[in-house]
Ligand binder design. Structure first.
Ligand code: PHE
Length: 341
C-alpha cells in the first residue's frame, strides 16, 4: 500500500506538471481525487490493514492527497493564466486600423422635392397640415359635392373598408380642405401633403398608392388670378424662371371653375416625345375656385369669403424636377437609383 501511494503521488505530480488546459486538468482531478478515483480505491483497502499500521498509513495518504491538491491548484493557476493570455491576444483591438464609415443614406428624391415645395409655400404664408389616410367617405366625397352615385365613388375605383362604403382609403387629399375648413380659423392658407389610394394597375405613370399635395386659400376677395399667380410662382421657383405653364379648363365637383395645370415637358421642351406621350406638356395638378356649396356645407358664407384649392401630384412633380421618366423608380427603392440624388 505504501508503494501504491508513492506511485500515485509520482504519477499525479508528473502528469499535473505537464497539463495544458482546463479539460485535461479536470480529467486528472477526477482520476486521482474523484469518488471513483485512485486515492479512494487505495483508502478503501485501509480496513484490511492491521490496526497499528493504520495511523501511519492514514497520515501518508493525507500527505499524498495534500501534495496532489497543491499541485492541482498550481496547475490551475498556470492553465488559467495561459487561457487569459490567449484570450487577450485573440481579442486585441488595433486602434490604428482606419474605421469603417457607415452608410448614412439621404432623403428620397420625392421628399427632397416635397421639402422644396413646402419651403416655397411656407415662405408665402401657408401652414403645413397633416391628416388621416383612412378617411370618411363623407369628407372624401359628400362634403366635396360628390354625392351618392357619383362615378368616383364606385367600388371599382376606391378601397372601402365596409359594405356601406362609409370608411375608405382617401382617394385624394381634398378631404383635407374640409378638415381645414372645419378646424382652422379664417382666413386659411394651408398645404396638406400625403398618400392617396386608387384601384389602379402599376405602370410607368400609375400606382395604387401615390402622393398629393393639397393646397387651399380662403379669404375675402380671393380670385382665380391669385390662384394662377401663386401656382406660376411655385412652379417657376421649382423648375426655373422660364418654365412655361398651361391652364386647361377641367371639371371637379368641388371647384367651379376648375382647371388642370400642365408644365412644358422637360424631355423634349414641348415638341412631343414618349415621356409626355407626344403632348409636349406634362400634367402636374388640378385646381379651381372652391364651389360656393362646399363653403356653405362648412358653414362659411360664400358671399363674404371666397377661395381656391389645388392638388399637386407629388410623384409627377418630383419626376419633372429630377428628370425621372418612370414612376416605378420612385417606389422600387433601388439604391443605385436613389444614390443619384
Ligand atoms: N383632388 C383632385 C384630384 O385628385 C385635384 C384637385 C384638388 C382639384 C383641389 C381641384 C382642387 O384629381
Amino acid at each position: 500500500m505504501r508503494e501504491q501511494l508513492a506511485k500515485i503521488r509520482e504519477d499525479a505530480l508528473s502528469r499535473l506538471a505537464a497539463v495544458r488546459d482546463s479539460g485535461e486538468l479536470e480529467e486528472l482531478r477526477v482520476r486521482y481525487l474523484g469518488k471513483k478515483g485512485e486515492m479512494t480505491a487505495v483508502l478503501k483497502q485501509m480496513g484490511r490493514l492491521p490496526a497499528e499500521e493504520r495511523p501511519d498509513m492514514g497520515k501518508l495518504a493525507n500527505e499524498v492527497r495534500a501534495a496532489i491538491e497543491e499541485k492541482l491548484a498550481e496547475a490551475k493557476k498556470r492553465v488559467d493564466a495561459q487561457a487569459l493570455e490567449l484570450k487577450l491576444r485573440a481579442e486585441t483591438v488595433d486602434v490604428t486600423i482606419p474605421g469603417r464609415v457607415p452608410d448614412i443614406g439621404h432623403r428620397h428624391p420625392m421628399y427632397i422635392a416635397l421639402d422644396e415645395m413646402k419651403e416655397i409655400f411656407i415662405g408665402m404664408g401657408f401652414t403645413v397640415v397633416d391628416g388621416p389616410e383612412i378617411e370618411l367617405a363623407e369628407l372624401n366625397f359628400d362634403r366635396l359635392n360628390a354625392e351618392e352615385g357619383h362615378p368616383s365613388r364606385d367600388w371599382s375605383d376606391t378601397f372601402y373598408f365596409d359594405r356601406d362604403s362609409r370608411v375608405m382609403l382617401r382617394s385624394q387629399t381634398s378631404p383635407m380642405q374640409v378638415r381645414a375648413m372645419d378646424t382652422l380659423p379664417l382666413p386659411i392658407r394651408m398645404v396638406a401633403p400625403g398618400r392617396v389610394y386608387r384601384k389602379d394597375e402599376v405602370d410607368a405613370t400609375h400606382s395604387p398608392m401615390f402622393h398629393q399635395v393639397e393646397g387651399m386659400v380662403i379669404d375675402r376677395g380671393v380670385t382665380m388670378a391669385d390662384l394662377k399667380g401663386t401656382l406660376n410662382t411655385v412652379i417657376r421657383k421649382m423648375y426655373g424662371e422660364n418654365t412655361q405653364t398651361r391652364f386647361r379648363p377641367h371639371h371637379f365637383p368641388f371647384t367651379e371653375p376648375s382647371c388642370e395645370v400642365d408644365v412644358q415637358c422637360h424631355k423634349c421642351g414641348g415638341a412631343g416625345c414618349p415621356t409626355c406621350k407626344g403632348e409636349g406638356w406634362i400634367e402636374l395638378l388640378g385646381a379651381g375656385m372652391i364651389h360656393p356649396h362646399v363653403l356653405e356645407m362648412a358653414g362659411i358664407d360664400p358671399d363674404v369669403w371666397s377661395g381656391w384649392a389645388f392638388g399637386f401630384g407629388l410623384e409627377r412633380t418630383a419626376m419633372r424636377r429630377f428628370k425621372i421618366d418612370d414612376l416605378r423608380l420612385i417606389f422600387e427603392n433601388d439604391v443605385r437609383f436613389l444614390e443619384q440624388f
